[in-house]
Design a protein around this ligand. Sequence first.
Ligand code: SF4
Length: 295
Amino acid sequence: MHKALFWEKEGQSVRCRLCPHQCLVPDGSSGICRVRHNHEGELYARSWGILPALALDPVEKKPFARFHPGAFILSAGFYGCNMRCLFCQNWSISQSGSPSPDGDPWSGAGDIVSPEALVRTALDMKKHGNIGIAFTYSEPLVNIEFILETAPLARKEGLLVAVVTNGYINEDALSVLLPHVDAFNIDLKAFSESFYRDLCGASLSPVLQTITAAHSRAHVELTTLVIPGHNDSEDEIDALSSWIASLSADIPLHLNRHHPDYRMTDVPPVELDRLAALARIARTHLSCVHNGNIN
Ligand code: SF4
């Protein structure tokens, strides 16, 4: 097992300091993300190097609009997430922490890929237009140890490193990560604390702090999955895009449609003309607003 970073002992339990949940994890248990596990008083990154998703994707699928358009990027996804979004579009891996429920929950979860092997694969993919490695699909930052080991190796070989994240990470851990990442796409799921609390089991303000810090060090684009009746009011999109513009009017914003999934199968995708109207509102503040239909 791979030892985790960003935690401290509290009696027989450990306190994880990676994300704002700050889970107190008893011996034999995992935190909310299901992948950081207390084994005999030490915190381990149980899904280190286990990549249930690996594909060469167009950068536009991450999505990036202004980061090497037309290129491809090797995209790797881990198990686990520190949010519980009812509308999760990748729930089969993000909400899974027990790939093999018999005995050791991680036995049979998949082969362990080393950072060196992932970098070798990325280099091999250069002949297909690959520019680097993107950590994406679920929530990569709950597996931050693997990224911190892989990113320096990748960049030493001339590869770029991208992270597609919900932005729910504590400042100290983020400051360790930032020097190793070229580009972020960060979800800005809504612009209300109630949305983050009720639909995601999280909070908005740490995400805003992450966006602000990441923007000062790396290329940043943002994604909002528009969900009818929950985050699609004109006022909300106006406030959200106005806040982004207070950092920079040139930060790209992707306003995407959700597809009914996971625990929110009763809400249909936003109508395209409604999405276009919301994009027009966002464009009163921002220079680059994209409508995407696939998430
Ligand atoms: S990373 Fe996981 S274990 Fe750590 S505080 Fe966040 S949810 Fe809890």
